[in-house]
Design a protein. Structure first.
Length: 157
C-alpha cells in the first residue's frame, strides 16, 4: 500500500494542467479504482487548493464555468477520494517549532507538521511510511531534513 500526503501545490495539479499534472493524475486514478493507495491532506489544503483554482480563473487561465466545475470536483474528491486530517493542537505546536528550524511559511509548516504526525503514527503502528508530495522545492527539502520521503510532481513532466 502506498500512502501519500499532498500539500495544496501538489493537489492543485489534479484540477489545473501544470507540469506534473499527469503524474498526479496517475497517482490519484488508483484511488478511484479501488487500490489500496491512500491520499492524505490537511483540511487547510482544501482552502488553499480552492484559492489556487480561483486564482487561475482570475488570471484568465481558465473560464469561470470551468472554475466552478473544478471547485465542485475538489469538494467531491475531499469527501470521497482524499482523507482529510484536522489540525490538532499537537500539529499546530509542531508547525510552530518547524518555523524555527526551517524557513517555512505558516501553512507550509502546518502541512509538514501534519505529514510528520501522520507518518509518526504509521511508524509506531509498524505501517509503511508515507510520501510527502509538494511542488515546493523548499518545503520538500525541509521534509527530507525531517525524515520524510518526498516527491515533487514538477520532476515528473
Amino acid at each position: 500500500m502506498n500512502r501519500y500526503y499532498f500539500d495544496s501545490s501538489g493537489l492543485v495539479k489534479l484540477y489545473v494542467t501544470e507540469p506534473g499534472s499527469q503524474w498526479i493524475n496517475t497517482i490519484l486514478s488508483y484511488t478511484t479504482y479501488g487500490s489500496l493507495d491512500t491520499i492524505l491532506m490537511a483540511k487547510i489544503g482544501l482552502v488553499e487548493t480552492a484559492a489556487a483554482i480561483s486564482k487561475h480563473e482570475r488570471m484568465k487561465k481558465i473560464a469561470l464555468a470551468q472554475r466552478d466545475l473544478l471547485y465542485q470536483k475538489l469538494l467531491y474528491d475531499t469527501r470521497n477520494r482524499l482523507t482529510m486530517i484536522a489540525e490538532s493542537d499537537i500539529i499546530i505546536l509542531l508547525a510552530a517549532s518547524l518555523t524555527q528550524r526551517h524557513s517555512l511559511r505558516g501553512y507550509d509548516a502546518v502541512h509538514l507538521a501534519t505529514a510528520l504526525e501522520i507518518n509518526r503514527g504509521f511508524i509506531v503502528n509498524r505501517l509503511s511510511p508515507l510520501t510527502f508530495v509538494s511542488a515546493d522545492d523548499k518545503l520538500c527539502q525541509s521534509a527530507i531534513v525531517e525524515g520524510l520521503a518526498t516527491e515533487n510532481p514538477n520532476n515528473h513532466p
